[in-house]
Design a binder for this molecule. Sequence first.
Ligand code: SF4
Length: 327
Amino acid sequence: MRSFTYVRAESVDHAVAEVAAEPAAAYLAGGTTQVDLMRDEVLQPVRLVDITRLPLRGIRDTGDSLVVGALTTMEELAAHEVVAGRLPLVREALLLGASPQLRHMATMGGNLLQRTRCRYFRDPSVACNKREPGTGCSAIDGVNRMHAVLGTSRHCIATHASDAAVALLALGASVRARGRAGQRVVPLTEFYRLPGSAPHLENVLEHGELLTHLEIPLLPRGARSGYLKVRDRASYEFALASVAVALVIDGGTIHEARLALGGVGTVPWRVPRAEELLRGASPDREVFAAAAEAALEGAVAQSANGFKIELGRRAVVRMLSTLSKES
Ligand code: SF4
């Protein structure tokens, strides 16, 4: 690990000033991914600004949404009574997203900002446009079974690893960020950037901008929701394909539908077209199949990950079928 300067932030403004002033500075929160990446010299910040003492931990229920401090741990959010009662898709995504030990350490801000699990990104001896822009993408002609089929470019095909982000995206959640220019609110639908020709830019945060809170709208009472994660093994594994769904079904009609995919996209992937097909329809197999088809529309396979397209469709149909049977 390269040497760096350690700074403990005394306030949000202090943290922002310390990172914004140094192009190679970074924030440190739970550190569950970042410290590994520093040990492997994938990340080499010269200044690390510790934000763990900032008052950004806790969950506030406003009645129609939850305002979650970015330092709230995954476990704290999963255990919150409103999440357990009104947002099962978020709870399930959190519980399936990491081991209990990691959930107690990892923060929600860090979860949304986590880096890809692409093996080439984590190996400084090989080319990777995300780690070192302009060097090439080793995955396109390499081992790409786990890689994305949606939102890819010829510069990067890495998947986004967060499960929670998929559930939060389906709910229409937003993040609050504080920078030198003040605070702003960014919907998650506009937060993540497709890789395009600049895969090292993963979200719309400016350097130094600090993600301070998440705003999670609650589902209407009576809504059904869930998160299905398909993976190679049952514990501590990343998704091959996942789907977060929320439905309001009444009188044999789907009145509201939210649907987002994980494990198949370069970013968490919401599918408005599938939601449109579901709204106003009766919950039957034919409609679910049409929504699944729409969900994977435009998917492009690499040499070893074509199976993800059908797997993603089947995950959508299964989640919709399961929720529609709930009473
Ligand atoms: Fe790097 Fe993206 Fe290619 Fe992986 S897929 S090697 S992260 S550029």
